[in-house]
Every structure is written in C-alpha cells, then in structure tokens.
Design a protein around this ligand. Structure first.
Ligand code: HEC
Length: 112
C-alpha cells in the first residue's frame, strides 16, 4: 500500500476549486451570498452554519447529522448517502462528490 500525501495546500486548492464559489471559511463574517461561512463546521450539527448565515436551515437540521470527520468524508465522496437528494436543489447537498484524495486533503486543511 502506498501512502497518499494528503496535504494542506492541496486541501486549500480543493476548496477553491469546488467550494469557494459559494462558501467562505473565515473566523469573521457571514460568508458569501450563495452559501454559509463554513468556519467551525467540524463537529457542528447539520444546519448550524446555515442558521448562523440566515438561510433556511430546517431541512438540514432535521437530518441531525453531526459533521464529524467521518460524516464529512463520506458526504464529500458520496453525498447522497448522507443527505437525501432533493430535485432542483442548487446547493452543494446534491453535488456529485469529490474523490478520496481531494476529500482527505480538504478535511486536513479544514482542521487547521
Ligand atoms: C453551488 C453553491 C455551493 C457549492 C459549490 C458548495 N456549497 Fe456547500 N452549501 C451551499 C448552500 C446553499 C448550503 C445550504 C444548504 C441547505 O440549506 O440546503 C450549503 C451547505 C453546506 C454544508 C452544511 C452546513 C450546515 O450548516 O450544516 C456544508 C458542510 C457544506 N455546504 C460544505 C461544502 C463543501 C465542503 C463544498 C465543496 C466541496 C461545498 N459545500 C460546495 C452551497 C454550495
């Protein structure tokens, strides 16, 4: 088995490529107009960031997923297994997922 070098810079690039058009990740501020600021999302209950942002959080709150490392990794790779898909949804809850290496790099970056 080869060890894949997940790294923080790569994680930042993944965020820029897949998430930054809708999300920010900063200690301060509301975030972009299209999606919530994800700062502090790790170990938060689903819907929490959307609520802080002022979006309609009820759907995510109902799922009662805690965004741990495990659920985030699964969701990033196979979103439909964590959050049921909803037709016409234009948020990331229906995105098709990113690959294993991208997901791990993203998580590493998020954890700093
Ligand atoms: C097209 C815009 C868009 C893109 C791209 C996008 N998101 Fe989102 N994201 C949203 C919106 C809008 C919501 C709120 C969803 C809802 O309430 O249904 C959201 C919600 C979330 C949540 C849940 C927050 C909570 O309070 O539970 C997480 C986690 C998340 N996004 C992570 C990501 C990650 C990681 C990426 C990149 C891999 C990404 N998103 C890409 C728009 C986007």
């Amino acid at each position: 088995m080869t060890l894949v070098p997940f790294n923080v810079r790569r994680g930042q690039a993944v965020f820029k490529k897949h998430c930054a058009q809708c999300h920010t990740f900063k200690a301060e501020g509301r975030g972009s107009v299209r999606g919530p600021n994800l700062f502090g999302v790790l170990d938060s209950l689903s819907g929490t960031k959307v609520k802080q942002w002022g979006g309609s959080y009820q759907r995510l709150e109902e799922f009662k997923v805690t965004w741990t490392r495990e659920t985030l990794l699964l969701w990033l790779q196979r979103p439909a297994e964590v959050v049921p898909q909803r037709p016409g949804d234009r948020s990331c809850m229906t995105f098709r997922g990113i690959d294993h290496e991208e997901a791990h790099s993203w998580l590493l970056w998020t954890s700093f």
